[in-house]
Design a protein around this ligand. Structure first.
Ligand code: GDP
Length: 438
């Protein structure tokens, strides 16, 4: 994520080397402008950004630090429309959110992703099927909610979304849900009928916030439709979907200031975990090539079950980390999503080679091999890695159809993972990890 945009900034930053050098500043600004336009950032936004950076740098006295500060400040102003938000909980539960968007924008998928995000935070979520326009929408929600184990409220007896919303909210209040996500109807394009329906649903739901899901692949159209939704029914936040498919990514930079509504989340794939909170300060760090250690830590904590983690830490400290734990760890990594979204958060890793960034845990041959190897072990061997002598390794290799060399390599990997884990499981583990990341 943000690869092209980050390149735009880091390339410009490289041009600034000397103190008091107006020529270097001009070169850096030209470079920045060219790259941002290439990344499809709206031209008015680019113009404003360049002007601001130039003014601020000159006011502070030309130099690298001044340029970096000016860039940081300007980016913050550009992205921070209405404060650093993420998800905002209402003072009294349930927090009611209306999910809106055009057909095909990714609204239904995003509803599932948001529910997953909230569930990972320990919240009890109810999804309401109020998109009664698209025939397959309710069925799609059934599948999603089953997969993520979140309750779905639906009412096949009525075709009126207002009735569904009213009874869903009564139900939510009686069962004490933390959050209610209402999936509303979409259309291929904005029309009066849709707006009227949304207005009626809005009245019935009295939502705490209305989110608009915009397809980033539609570029500036996403900005235009979001603006229309804002004018007609009022929206409190935009979620930009399909950002993984948007190689240029410029729309994310201008959207908040263009629509004057904060960008709150970004969708980065079709899986339920592929949603990231958009917090301007963190994003600015990433755009400037400084990574996002906080975001990474959050991602890890979301995925890891706390009780399980404590148990594992004890085992690791006692040197009792075994193959079952190893397999479990690999499964947890899988839940974090593709490597590319993780890499972008590690300082200096934003520009990693594509092959590494695209590493997919779920479909990785290595993970399959490890699984096969562990499956060929006896329960005792899984619990006690020290049992693995040569003849046992030969047997395992045969059992899973791999070479003994592979088995040795994977066992070595396992032992290294154990050592690393032990190192980071102590009191200062997280600090060590952070210092390693810069
Ligand atoms: P709706 O009509 O707005 O409810 O759209 P859907 O939720 O059915 O999504 C339309 C298509 O976009 C589906 O195939 C989704 O899997 C896909 N989609 C949604 N969000 C993302 C995303 O962030 N990345 C990618 N690659 N695909 C997405």
């Amino acid at each position: 994520m943000f690869g092209t945009l980050t390149d735009s900034f880091t390339n410009a930053i490289k041009k600034i080397r000397f103190h008091d050098d107006a020529k270097a500043l001009s070169k850096a600004l030209t470079e920045l402008k060219k790259n941002l336009l290439k990344a499809d950032v709206n031209h008015k936004v680019v113009k404003e950004l360049i002007q601001q950076v130039e003014l601020k740098t000159k006011a502070a006295g030309i130099g690298k630090d001044q340029f970096l500060n000016a860039l940081r400040e300007t980016l913050n102003e550009l992205l921070d429309v209405g404060g650093n938000k993420g998800f905002v909980f209402a003072p009294n539960p349930p927090t009611v959110i209306l999910m809106t968007g055009l057909q095909g924008s990714g609204k239904t998928t995003t509803t599932g992703k948001l529910a997953t995000y909230l569930k990972n935070k320990g919240k009890k979520v109810l999804i309401v099927a109020a998109d009664l326009q698209r025939l397959a929408a309710v069925e799609q929600l059934r599948q999603i909610t089953q997969q993520i184990e979140v309750e779905l409220y639906e009412d096949e007896a009525t075709k009126n979304p207002v009735d569904v919303v009213k009874s869903a909210l009564e139900y939510a209040n009686s069962k004490i849900f933390d959050v209610v996500l209402i999936d509303t109807a979409g259309r291929l394009a904005i029309d009066d009928e849709l707006m009227q329906e949304l207005e009626n649903v809005k009245k019935a739901a009295n939502p705490d916030e209305i989110f608009y899901v915009a397809d980033s692949l539609t570029g500036q159209d996403a900005v235009r439709t979001a603006t229309t939704f804002k004018e007609k029914i009022g929206i409190d936040g935009v979620i930009l979907s399909k950002y993984d498919g948007d190689a240029k990514g410029g729309v994310a930079l201008g959207l908040s200031s263009q629509v004057q509504v904060p960008l709150r989340f970004i969708g980065l794939g079709e899986k339920m975990e592929d949603l990231e909170v958009f917090l301007p300060e963190r994003i600015v760090n990433r755009l400037m090539g400084f990574g996002d250690v906080e975001g990474l830590a959050e991602k890890v904590t979301n995925v890891i079950d706390e009780k399980q983690a404590k148990k594992l830490t004890k085992k690791i400290q006692k040197g009792k980390f075994n193959f079952n734990d190893f397999l479990e760890q690999m499964e947890q990594m899988k839940k974090m999503g593709s490597m590319s979204s993780i890499m972008g958060m590690i300082p200096g890793m934003g520009n990693m080679s594509k092959a590494i960034k695209d590493f997919d845990f779920e479909n990785s041959g290595e993970l399959k091999n490890i699984k096969a190897m562990v499956s060929s072990m006896t329960p005792k061997e899984r619990e006690d890695p020290d049992l693995l002598n040569n003849s046992r390794k030969q047997r395992i290799a045969k059992g899973c159809g791999l070479d003994i060399v592979d088995i040795n390599r994977m066992i070595k990997q396992f032992k290294n993972a154990g050592k690393m884990a032990k190192k980071f499981s102590g009191k200062n583990g997280m600090k060590q990890l952070q210092s390693m990341m810069g």
